[in-house]
Unconditional design. Structure first.
Ligand code: PCA
Length: 226
């Protein structure tokens, strides 16, 4: 089911796609690899801008805000790695807290610190999360709605993008996808699930097409009992 996509200027939708640098001792981050691959492939019918963000509380947000001002996208779709999750997680909510058991790449660890002091407790994603899950599954990618983006850099950037939409960029829609380990990473994490880039990329292309087409949110249960 589709509706006409909203774009600020009536042209092809502008989508800002972001990924993250490697962190926690990994040599790659599949989110950055996927962003580079999609930038090279230039998906049809969207004007794609891309950015790879550092895993740094200090340095992740400025390039995000600069890219929002420079490209004035209709949608920002941020990607990050969630090692250990078996499917692509389409995040429903960003919360106003930093609290992580590991430091960022600058060695900074935050515990119970607001992302934006005085900001709302949470923001909901403003892309259609269930339509995004449906697009991924139709492209052969295991996907779920996720009720938490964690409380590390991914949630931090997701929250800041939502806050930028609420305060500076009216009409900007914001979404966040967590992706699993690549198989070449998962071999170092025995027993943990993985997703190959060759499977992930068609799924992400399908998500961009669904956003381009203004896919409507289906009325299906995708929540969690606990
Ligand atoms: N994943 C981390 C931060 C960067 C990334 O790719 C997270 O889930 O917060």
């Amino acid at each position: 089911m589709t509706t006409t996509a909203f774009t600020a200027d009536g042209g092809a939708p502008r989508i800002l796609l972001t990924g993250f640098a490697p962190f926690a001792g990994e040599s790659v981050n599949p989110s950055a690899i996927a962003v580079a691959a999609l930038a090279a492939r230039a998906p049809v019918g969207v004007r794609l801008a891309t950015e790879v963000l550092p895993v740094s509380y200090r340095d992740a947000v400025p390039p995000l805000l600069r890219a929002l001002r420079r490209h004035a996208p209709d949608v920002v779709l941020a990607l990050g790695l969630a090692g250990g999750r078996p499917h692509v997680s389409v995040e429903r909510v960003a919360i106003n807290i930093d609290d992580a058991r590991i430091p960022d790449n600058d060695g900074i660890q935050r515990i119970d610190t607001p992302v934006v002091p005085g900001g709302p407790a949470a923001y909901f994603a403003t892309i259609p999360v269930k339509a995004t899950v449906a697009a991924l599954r139709a492209a052969g990618v295991p996907a779920e709605v996720s009720q938490t983006a964690g409380t590390f850099l991914c949630n931090h950037v997701f929250y800041r993008a939502c806050h930028a939409a609420a305060t500076e960029h009216p009409g900007l829609r914001v979404g966040f996808l967590h992706v699993p380990w690549l198989p070449e990473q998962a071999v170092h994490h025995p027993g943990e699930p993985s997703l190959a880039l060759a499977t992930l990329l068609p799924g992400l292309t399908a998500v961009l097409a669904a956003l381009r087409d203004g896919a409507a949110e289906p009325v299906v249960a995708e929540g969690a009992i606990s």
